[in-house]
Design a protein around this ligand. Structure first.
Ligand code: PBG
Length: 329
């Protein structure tokens, strides 16, 4: 006997793939995805990363091919991290027009023109011999204001190399403002800043440190945010907006979806979230063991990040997600 008192039956909208597609409130479109990539100086062939199966350190040639593929797949952006051959205490290669990241930016822009948003990581950790995101004071602490001066020069070098968007990831106070004024003074008012507004000190960055051959001893707790803090994210957001951020980011994504929701609710500018290396590695490791369905887990993880409020997502799965989107839509 059907129960006629049951007026609402939410299952009606779950009956077929077609009705579920119609009822879906969130989608992951290729143009919402930003692919983070690594390019390593001196490589002739791409080098696989043990802790991130499927991800490589690119050679200059393979990086160019990856950029062309990103255009073909309709991705939204391409965030480049450079791994230099030589490091020093000041991270000089970051500001050098011939440094690996700046050369990569030029090569990628020559390949894709304006068909893909080319983004540059703006941070010193890949370039310093101590692995910190800034330069050190005599007492060994990270010197905020001395670092800002270098970030300003690095921003101009990256703009001149052709970056459309700069992503300052070092969590120095005042970094967005310094970068904005350096860009404007050097005649690059159209280069945008994607601020890592709420970047937390996270254990899940582990595999990335292999990817950039990090020299870091210790941790980044004196500059990245404390995972215990929620309200502070809104303070960081406000500061970055006041300093001229064009877009903002929450990072990591999965353990910080509450923060992402908070930021998305109030941000007047587009919000990104970064599904970081450890999030990638956990999914790959569980899938390799046959413990989860890889494709379903990847799609659910990125859908959740979009549902929590991210307009765009940085993810190492971007190319596959784009393929699956085309297959399913
Ligand atoms: C540092 C930086 C990190 C990541 C991007 N930029 C690592 C860190 O802060 O230690 C992590 C990205 C990832 O884990 O995928 N400039």
């Amino acid at each position: 006997m059907p129960r006629y008192d049951l007026v609402s039956r939410p299952r009606r909208l779950r009956t077929t793939p077609a009705v579920r597609r119609l009822a879906a409130q969130t989608r992951v479109h290729p143009s919402d995805l930003i692919l983070p990539v690594f390019v390593r100086e001196g490589l002739a062939e791409p080098a696989p990363l043990g802790s991130m199966p499927g991800v490589v350190q690119h050679s200059m040639d393979s990086l160019r091919r990856a950029a062309a593929e990103a255009v073909a797949k309709g991705l939204g952006g391409f965030m480049i991290f450079g791994v230099p051959a030589e490091r020093d205490p000041e991270g000089s290669a970051g500001c050098d027009p011939e440094g690996i990241l700046n050369r990569a930016l030029r090569a990628v822009r020559a390949e894709v023109g304006d068909d893909l948003v080319v983004m540059a990581d703006l941070c010193l950790d890949e370039f310093t011999d101590h692995g910190h995101c800034g330069v050190l004071a005599e007492d060994g602490t990270v010197d905020n204001d001395a670092t800002l001066e270098i970030y300003g020069r690095m921003a101009v070098a990256q703009a001149e190399a052709g970056a459309h968007v700069l992503g300052p990831s070092g969590m120095m106070d005042g970094q967005v403002g310094v970068i904005r004024s350096a860009l404007d003074e050097a005649g690059h008012p159209d280069v945008a800043v994607l601020a890592y507004s709420a970047k937390y000190s996270s254990a899940f960055y582990g595999p990335f440190r292999e990817a950039v051959d990090s020299q870091l001893q210790g941790d980044r707790r004196s500059y990245q945010m404390d995972p215990a803090n929620r309200r502070e994210a809104l303070h960081e957001l406000q500061l970055d907006l006041d300093e001229g951020a064009d877009m903002v980011m929450v990072k990591p994504a999965m353990s910080y979806l509450d923060i992402l929701r908070d930021v998305a609710e109030v941000s007047p500018v587009p919000v990104s979230a970064y599904q970081i290396s450890g999030e990638y590695a956990m999914i790959e490791a569980a899938a390799a063991n046959g413990w989860i369905d890889r494709r379903a887990a990847i799609q659910e993880s990125v859908l959740s990040i979009r549902r929590a409020g991210a307009d765009s997502v940085l993810t190492y799965f971007a190319v596959e997600l784009a393929d699956w989107f085309r297959e399913e839509n």
